[in-house]
Design a protein around this ligand. Structure first.
Ligand SMILES: [Fe+2]
Length: 397
Protein backbone atom coordinates (compact mmCIF):
# COMPACT_ATOMS: atom_id res chain seq x y z
CA UNK A 1 0.00 0.00 0.00
CA UNK A 2 2.74 2.35 1.05
CA UNK A 3 4.79 1.62 -2.09
CA UNK A 4 1.69 2.35 -4.26
CA UNK A 5 1.31 5.70 -2.51
CA UNK A 6 4.98 6.46 -3.07
CA UNK A 7 4.62 5.57 -6.75
CA UNK A 8 1.57 7.86 -7.04
CA UNK A 9 3.45 10.73 -5.36
CA UNK A 10 6.42 10.10 -7.65
CA UNK A 11 4.18 10.14 -10.73
CA UNK A 12 2.56 13.36 -9.52
CA UNK A 13 5.96 15.02 -9.12
CA UNK A 14 6.98 13.81 -12.57
CA UNK A 15 3.73 15.20 -13.99
CA UNK A 16 4.36 18.62 -12.42
CA UNK A 17 7.90 18.57 -13.79
CA UNK A 18 6.67 17.85 -17.32
CA UNK A 19 3.97 20.54 -17.06
CA UNK A 20 6.62 23.09 -16.06
CA UNK A 21 8.90 21.89 -18.87
CA UNK A 22 6.03 22.11 -21.36
CA UNK A 23 5.23 25.62 -20.12
CA UNK A 24 8.82 26.73 -20.66
CA UNK A 25 8.90 25.31 -24.18
CA UNK A 26 5.50 26.91 -24.79
CA UNK A 27 6.87 30.32 -23.82
CA UNK A 28 9.85 29.79 -26.09
CA UNK A 29 7.58 28.66 -28.93
CA UNK A 30 5.21 31.59 -28.51
CA UNK A 31 8.11 34.02 -28.38
CA UNK A 32 9.44 32.77 -31.70
CA UNK A 33 6.10 32.23 -33.42
CA UNK A 34 4.82 35.53 -32.08
CA UNK A 35 7.85 37.18 -33.57
CA UNK A 36 6.46 36.54 -37.07
CA UNK A 37 3.39 38.57 -36.22
CA UNK A 38 5.31 41.27 -34.38
CA UNK A 39 7.73 41.86 -37.24
CA UNK A 40 6.80 45.02 -39.05
CA UNK A 41 10.15 46.12 -40.50
CA UNK A 42 9.62 49.35 -38.62
CA UNK A 43 12.70 51.15 -37.37
CA UNK A 44 12.35 54.72 -36.15
CA UNK A 45 15.25 57.12 -36.87
CA UNK A 46 18.70 56.27 -35.59
CA UNK A 47 21.58 58.69 -35.84
CA UNK A 48 25.12 57.62 -36.71
CA UNK A 49 28.42 59.06 -37.78
CA UNK A 50 28.99 58.40 -41.48
CA UNK A 51 31.48 61.12 -42.33
CA UNK A 52 33.21 63.76 -40.24
CA UNK A 53 31.23 64.13 -36.96
CA UNK A 54 32.04 67.87 -36.93
CA UNK A 55 30.19 68.59 -40.15
CA UNK A 56 27.81 65.72 -40.87
CA UNK A 57 25.26 63.35 -39.37
CA UNK A 58 23.63 60.16 -40.63
CA UNK A 59 19.88 59.68 -40.09
CA UNK A 60 18.44 56.26 -41.01
CA UNK A 61 15.07 54.56 -40.59
CA UNK A 62 12.92 51.81 -42.09
CA UNK A 63 9.24 52.07 -42.95
CA UNK A 64 6.88 49.14 -43.59
CA UNK A 65 5.46 50.98 -46.61
CA UNK A 66 7.74 52.41 -49.28
CA UNK A 67 7.72 56.19 -49.26
CA UNK A 68 9.65 59.18 -50.44
CA UNK A 69 10.92 60.95 -47.32
CA UNK A 70 12.22 64.46 -46.74
CA UNK A 71 14.28 65.74 -43.83
CA UNK A 72 13.89 69.44 -43.04
CA UNK A 73 16.60 70.87 -40.78
CA UNK A 74 18.00 74.13 -39.50
CA UNK A 75 19.53 76.05 -36.61
CA UNK A 76 16.19 76.91 -35.05
CA UNK A 77 13.21 74.67 -34.32
CA UNK A 78 10.96 77.29 -35.90
CA UNK A 79 13.05 77.75 -39.02
CA UNK A 80 13.94 74.45 -40.70
CA UNK A 81 15.21 76.20 -43.80
CA UNK A 82 17.27 73.37 -45.30
CA UNK A 83 16.05 70.05 -46.64
CA UNK A 84 17.07 66.80 -48.27
CA UNK A 85 14.63 64.61 -50.22
CA UNK A 86 15.04 61.07 -51.49
CA UNK A 87 14.95 60.63 -55.24
CA UNK A 88 12.66 57.57 -55.15
CA UNK A 89 10.21 55.71 -52.90
CA UNK A 90 11.88 53.15 -50.61
CA UNK A 91 11.50 51.32 -47.30
CA UNK A 92 15.09 51.71 -46.09
CA UNK A 93 16.00 55.35 -45.72
CA UNK A 94 19.57 56.60 -45.36
CA UNK A 95 20.30 60.31 -45.12
CA UNK A 96 23.65 62.01 -44.63
CA UNK A 97 23.32 65.69 -43.76
CA UNK A 98 26.58 67.45 -44.63
CA UNK A 99 28.17 70.92 -44.54
CA UNK A 100 27.06 71.39 -40.92
CA UNK A 101 28.78 73.68 -38.41
CA UNK A 102 30.88 72.10 -35.64
CA UNK A 103 29.67 72.09 -32.05
CA UNK A 104 26.22 73.28 -33.08
CA UNK A 105 22.68 72.18 -32.24
CA UNK A 106 20.51 71.42 -35.27
CA UNK A 107 16.78 70.74 -35.37
CA UNK A 108 15.18 68.34 -37.83
CA UNK A 109 11.82 66.95 -38.87
CA UNK A 110 10.99 64.01 -41.12
CA UNK A 111 7.94 63.62 -43.29
CA UNK A 112 6.83 61.70 -46.35
CA UNK A 113 4.09 62.05 -48.93
CA UNK A 114 3.01 58.39 -49.18
CA UNK A 115 2.81 57.46 -45.47
CA UNK A 116 2.93 58.88 -41.96
CA UNK A 117 4.47 57.17 -38.94
CA UNK A 118 4.70 58.12 -35.26
CA UNK A 119 8.21 59.56 -35.57
CA UNK A 120 7.28 61.85 -38.46
CA UNK A 121 6.36 65.53 -38.29
CA UNK A 122 8.06 65.94 -34.91
CA UNK A 123 10.95 68.34 -34.38
CA UNK A 124 13.99 66.60 -32.90
CA UNK A 125 17.54 67.81 -32.40
CA UNK A 126 21.17 66.71 -32.55
CA UNK A 127 24.49 68.36 -31.78
CA UNK A 128 27.55 68.17 -34.05
CA UNK A 129 31.01 67.31 -32.71
CA UNK A 130 33.36 70.05 -31.51
CA UNK A 131 36.22 71.13 -33.76
CA UNK A 132 38.87 68.46 -34.34
CA UNK A 133 41.39 68.63 -31.49
CA UNK A 134 39.04 70.50 -29.14
CA UNK A 135 39.86 70.05 -25.46
CA UNK A 136 36.32 70.75 -24.26
CA UNK A 137 34.61 68.22 -22.01
CA UNK A 138 32.29 65.62 -23.51
CA UNK A 139 30.83 62.29 -22.40
CA UNK A 140 29.86 59.11 -24.15
CA UNK A 141 28.54 55.72 -23.03
CA UNK A 142 29.70 52.18 -23.83
CA UNK A 143 27.61 49.04 -23.38
CA UNK A 144 27.46 45.60 -24.91
CA UNK A 145 25.56 42.33 -25.22
CA UNK A 146 22.16 43.95 -25.14
CA UNK A 147 20.37 41.19 -27.09
CA UNK A 148 17.21 39.46 -25.82
CA UNK A 149 17.60 35.88 -24.61
CA UNK A 150 15.66 32.90 -26.01
CA UNK A 151 12.55 33.95 -24.06
CA UNK A 152 12.84 37.55 -25.25
CA UNK A 153 14.00 39.01 -21.94
CA UNK A 154 16.67 41.73 -21.73
CA UNK A 155 17.51 44.66 -19.43
CA UNK A 156 18.60 46.79 -22.39
CA UNK A 157 15.77 49.36 -22.10
CA UNK A 158 16.40 49.91 -18.39
CA UNK A 159 20.12 50.43 -19.03
CA UNK A 160 19.31 52.88 -21.83
CA UNK A 161 17.23 54.99 -19.43
CA UNK A 162 20.26 55.26 -17.10
CA UNK A 163 22.45 56.22 -20.06
CA UNK A 164 19.97 58.81 -21.32
CA UNK A 165 19.87 60.50 -17.90
CA UNK A 166 23.61 61.19 -18.25
CA UNK A 167 23.16 62.98 -21.56
CA UNK A 168 26.02 61.43 -23.58
CA UNK A 169 27.08 62.85 -26.95
CA UNK A 170 27.01 59.36 -28.47
CA UNK A 171 26.82 55.68 -27.54
CA UNK A 172 29.10 52.75 -28.45
CA UNK A 173 27.78 49.19 -28.39
CA UNK A 174 30.43 46.45 -28.51
CA UNK A 175 28.08 43.95 -30.18
CA UNK A 176 25.55 41.15 -29.75
CA UNK A 177 22.46 43.27 -30.23
CA UNK A 178 20.19 40.49 -31.62
CA UNK A 179 19.92 36.79 -30.83
CA UNK A 180 20.51 35.80 -34.43
CA UNK A 181 21.30 37.73 -37.60
CA UNK A 182 18.06 36.71 -39.34
CA UNK A 183 15.71 37.53 -36.43
CA UNK A 184 13.85 40.44 -38.03
CA UNK A 185 11.80 40.93 -34.86
CA UNK A 186 15.00 41.40 -32.83
CA UNK A 187 16.34 43.99 -35.26
CA UNK A 188 13.03 45.87 -35.04
CA UNK A 189 13.12 45.57 -31.27
CA UNK A 190 16.69 46.85 -31.07
CA UNK A 191 16.05 49.96 -33.18
CA UNK A 192 12.79 50.69 -31.37
CA UNK A 193 14.52 50.35 -27.98
CA UNK A 194 17.44 52.64 -28.85
CA UNK A 195 15.18 55.28 -30.43
CA UNK A 196 14.84 56.96 -27.03
CA UNK A 197 18.49 57.97 -27.48
CA UNK A 198 19.21 57.66 -31.18
CA UNK A 199 16.69 60.22 -32.33
CA UNK A 200 19.16 62.70 -30.77
CA UNK A 201 22.59 61.05 -30.49
CA UNK A 202 24.59 58.69 -32.72
CA UNK A 203 24.77 55.06 -31.66
CA UNK A 204 27.68 53.09 -33.13
CA UNK A 205 27.79 49.28 -33.01
CA UNK A 206 30.73 46.92 -33.39
CA UNK A 207 29.50 43.61 -34.86
CA UNK A 208 29.20 40.67 -32.45
CA UNK A 209 29.00 36.95 -33.15
CA UNK A 210 25.19 37.02 -32.82
CA UNK A 211 24.98 39.49 -35.72
CA UNK A 212 27.12 37.14 -37.73
CA UNK A 213 26.35 33.50 -37.11
CA UNK A 214 24.38 32.58 -34.00
CA UNK A 215 20.95 31.21 -32.99
CA UNK A 216 20.51 27.66 -34.20
CA UNK A 217 23.18 27.89 -36.83
CA UNK A 218 21.71 30.98 -38.49
CA UNK A 219 24.47 32.48 -40.54
CA UNK A 220 24.16 35.43 -42.84
CA UNK A 221 27.79 36.51 -42.52
CA UNK A 222 26.73 39.86 -41.08
CA UNK A 223 24.67 40.90 -44.12
CA UNK A 224 21.73 42.15 -42.02
CA UNK A 225 24.16 44.17 -39.90
CA UNK A 226 25.54 45.70 -43.11
CA UNK A 227 22.03 46.33 -44.38
CA UNK A 228 21.05 48.52 -41.43
CA UNK A 229 24.27 50.12 -40.23
CA UNK A 230 25.37 53.35 -41.81
CA UNK A 231 28.95 53.88 -40.71
CA UNK A 232 32.14 55.38 -42.14
CA UNK A 233 34.00 53.61 -44.93
CA UNK A 234 33.30 49.92 -45.49
CA UNK A 235 31.26 49.53 -42.25
CA UNK A 236 32.66 46.11 -41.27
CA UNK A 237 35.29 48.07 -39.39
CA UNK A 238 35.52 51.83 -39.16
CA UNK A 239 37.08 54.79 -37.42
CA UNK A 240 36.03 58.32 -36.56
CA UNK A 241 37.57 61.27 -34.75
CA UNK A 242 35.55 63.12 -32.12
CA UNK A 243 37.25 66.17 -30.54
CA UNK A 244 40.67 64.94 -29.43
CA UNK A 245 39.87 61.21 -29.54
CA UNK A 246 40.32 58.67 -32.33
CA UNK A 247 37.78 55.83 -32.07
CA UNK A 248 38.47 52.58 -33.91
CA UNK A 249 35.94 49.74 -34.25
CA UNK A 250 37.33 46.40 -35.38
CA UNK A 251 35.49 43.36 -36.73
CA UNK A 252 36.96 40.11 -35.51
CA UNK A 253 33.99 37.78 -36.04
CA UNK A 254 35.17 35.95 -39.12
CA UNK A 255 38.55 35.10 -40.58
CA UNK A 256 37.20 36.32 -43.92
CA UNK A 257 36.86 39.75 -42.32
CA UNK A 258 39.85 39.70 -39.98
CA UNK A 259 42.17 39.71 -42.96
CA UNK A 260 45.58 41.25 -43.43
CA UNK A 261 43.66 44.05 -45.21
CA UNK A 262 41.86 44.89 -41.96
CA UNK A 263 45.08 44.60 -39.97
CA UNK A 264 46.87 46.91 -42.44
CA UNK A 265 43.97 49.35 -42.14
CA UNK A 266 44.27 49.14 -38.33
CA UNK A 267 48.00 49.81 -38.52
CA UNK A 268 47.52 52.81 -40.83
CA UNK A 269 44.69 54.22 -38.71
CA UNK A 270 46.74 53.87 -35.52
CA UNK A 271 49.79 55.43 -37.20
CA UNK A 272 47.77 58.38 -38.49
CA UNK A 273 46.06 59.00 -35.13
CA UNK A 274 49.31 58.69 -33.20
CA UNK A 275 50.92 61.30 -35.45
CA UNK A 276 48.02 63.78 -35.47
CA UNK A 277 48.76 66.70 -33.12
CA UNK A 278 45.01 67.06 -32.46
CA UNK A 279 44.67 63.52 -31.07
CA UNK A 280 45.32 62.91 -27.37
CA UNK A 281 43.51 59.59 -27.05
CA UNK A 282 43.11 56.40 -29.07
CA UNK A 283 40.20 54.16 -28.02
CA UNK A 284 39.45 50.78 -29.63
CA UNK A 285 36.25 48.78 -29.38
CA UNK A 286 35.29 45.35 -30.69
CA UNK A 287 33.32 42.34 -29.53
CA UNK A 288 35.41 39.46 -28.19
CA UNK A 289 38.15 40.46 -25.72
CA UNK A 290 41.64 39.01 -25.86
CA UNK A 291 41.57 38.46 -22.09
CA UNK A 292 38.84 37.81 -19.56
CA UNK A 293 37.99 35.93 -16.40
CA UNK A 294 36.04 33.49 -18.56
CA UNK A 295 38.11 31.05 -20.54
CA UNK A 296 36.62 31.03 -24.00
CA UNK A 297 38.43 33.82 -25.79
CA UNK A 298 40.10 33.03 -29.10
CA UNK A 299 43.89 33.19 -29.15
CA UNK A 300 43.88 34.94 -32.52
CA UNK A 301 42.95 38.25 -30.89
CA UNK A 302 45.75 38.03 -28.36
CA UNK A 303 48.33 36.78 -30.86
CA UNK A 304 47.37 38.57 -34.09
CA UNK A 305 45.41 41.72 -33.21
CA UNK A 306 46.67 42.82 -29.80
CA UNK A 307 50.36 43.16 -30.88
CA UNK A 308 49.31 46.16 -33.00
CA UNK A 309 48.16 48.01 -29.88
CA UNK A 310 51.47 48.03 -28.03
CA UNK A 311 53.74 50.10 -30.35
CA UNK A 312 51.09 52.84 -30.48
CA UNK A 313 50.32 52.64 -26.76
CA UNK A 314 46.55 52.45 -27.32
CA UNK A 315 44.92 54.17 -24.35
CA UNK A 316 41.81 52.07 -23.83
CA UNK A 317 40.13 48.97 -25.26
CA UNK A 318 36.43 48.13 -24.84
CA UNK A 319 34.95 44.68 -25.55
CA UNK A 320 32.03 42.53 -24.48
CA UNK A 321 30.91 39.01 -25.38
CA UNK A 322 31.13 37.86 -21.76
CA UNK A 323 28.10 39.02 -19.81
CA UNK A 324 29.80 40.64 -16.87
CA UNK A 325 31.94 43.68 -16.11
CA UNK A 326 35.68 43.35 -15.90
CA UNK A 327 38.65 45.70 -16.06
CA UNK A 328 42.07 44.29 -16.82
CA UNK A 329 45.48 45.76 -17.56
CA UNK A 330 47.86 43.98 -19.93
CA UNK A 331 51.17 45.47 -21.14
CA UNK A 332 50.09 48.82 -19.68
CA UNK A 333 46.85 48.91 -21.72
CA UNK A 334 43.48 48.94 -19.91
CA UNK A 335 40.91 46.47 -21.27
CA UNK A 336 37.29 46.87 -20.19
CA UNK A 337 34.68 44.17 -20.72
CA UNK A 338 31.29 45.86 -20.60
CA UNK A 339 29.03 42.92 -21.43
CA UNK A 340 26.29 43.58 -18.87
CA UNK A 341 24.10 45.61 -21.23
CA UNK A 342 20.97 43.49 -21.02
CA UNK A 343 21.37 39.82 -21.96
CA UNK A 344 21.30 37.16 -19.25
CA UNK A 345 24.31 37.50 -16.93
CA UNK A 346 27.19 35.03 -17.00
CA UNK A 347 29.05 34.07 -13.87
CA UNK A 348 32.74 34.50 -14.53
CA UNK A 349 34.97 31.63 -13.53
CA UNK A 350 37.61 33.49 -11.58
CA UNK A 351 39.87 36.49 -11.97
CA UNK A 352 42.93 36.45 -14.21
CA UNK A 353 46.39 37.68 -13.23
CA UNK A 354 45.50 40.92 -15.13
CA UNK A 355 42.06 41.50 -13.59
CA UNK A 356 41.76 44.79 -11.66
CA UNK A 357 38.02 44.67 -10.99
CA UNK A 358 35.18 42.31 -11.88
CA UNK A 359 31.45 42.17 -11.16
CA UNK A 360 28.51 40.00 -12.18
CA UNK A 361 25.99 42.71 -12.83
CA UNK A 362 23.99 44.56 -15.47
CA UNK A 363 25.93 47.71 -16.23
CA UNK A 364 27.32 50.24 -18.73
CA UNK A 365 30.36 52.53 -18.84
CA UNK A 366 30.05 56.29 -18.56
CA UNK A 367 33.14 57.91 -20.11
CA UNK A 368 34.08 61.57 -19.60
CA UNK A 369 36.84 63.11 -21.72
CA UNK A 370 38.03 66.43 -20.35
CA UNK A 371 40.98 67.44 -22.53
CA UNK A 372 43.93 65.47 -21.25
CA UNK A 373 41.94 63.77 -18.49
CA UNK A 374 39.69 60.77 -19.09
CA UNK A 375 37.54 58.82 -16.66
CA UNK A 376 35.62 55.59 -17.15
CA UNK A 377 32.92 54.91 -14.59
CA UNK A 378 31.09 51.60 -14.49
CA UNK A 379 27.45 52.17 -13.48
CA UNK A 380 25.31 49.23 -12.46
CA UNK A 381 21.61 48.50 -12.89
CA UNK A 382 20.81 50.39 -9.67
CA UNK A 383 22.66 53.48 -10.92
CA UNK A 384 25.50 52.84 -8.48
CA UNK A 385 29.20 53.27 -9.24
CA UNK A 386 31.00 49.95 -9.10
CA UNK A 387 34.36 50.90 -10.61
CA UNK A 388 36.27 53.90 -11.88
CA UNK A 389 39.42 54.33 -13.96
CA UNK A 390 41.15 57.70 -14.31
CA UNK A 391 43.72 58.28 -17.05
CA UNK A 392 45.98 61.20 -18.00
CA UNK A 393 46.93 61.67 -21.63
CA UNK A 394 50.56 61.29 -22.70
CA UNK A 395 50.09 61.72 -26.47
CA UNK A 396 50.64 65.21 -27.95
CA UNK A 397 50.54 67.01 -24.59
FE1 LIG B 1 29.21 37.40 -28.18
Amino acid sequence: MSSKKEILIGLKKLGIFFVILLGLFGLLYLNNIGAWFRTQNYKPPYLSFIGDPQTSIGISFETPQACNATIYYGLSSSNLNMSQTENQVRTLHFFNLTNLLPDTTYYYLINATEATYAFMNKVEQFHTAPAFGSKSLFRFAVLGDTRPDIFGFSKHSEILQLIKARNPRFVLNVGDIVMGPTRDDHWDRFFNEIHVLTKNVPYMVSMGNHEHHEWGGEHDAGQTYLKYMNYPGIEWYYSFNYSNVCFISMNIEDEDILTQTQLDWLNQTLFKANNSPEINWIILYFHVPPYSATENHPEIIEKVVQPYFIPYRVDLVFAGHHHHYERLEVDGIPYIITGGGGAELEVYLGETQWTQCAANTYQFCDVVVNGTQLSVTCIDYNNLVIDQLNLTAWRNV
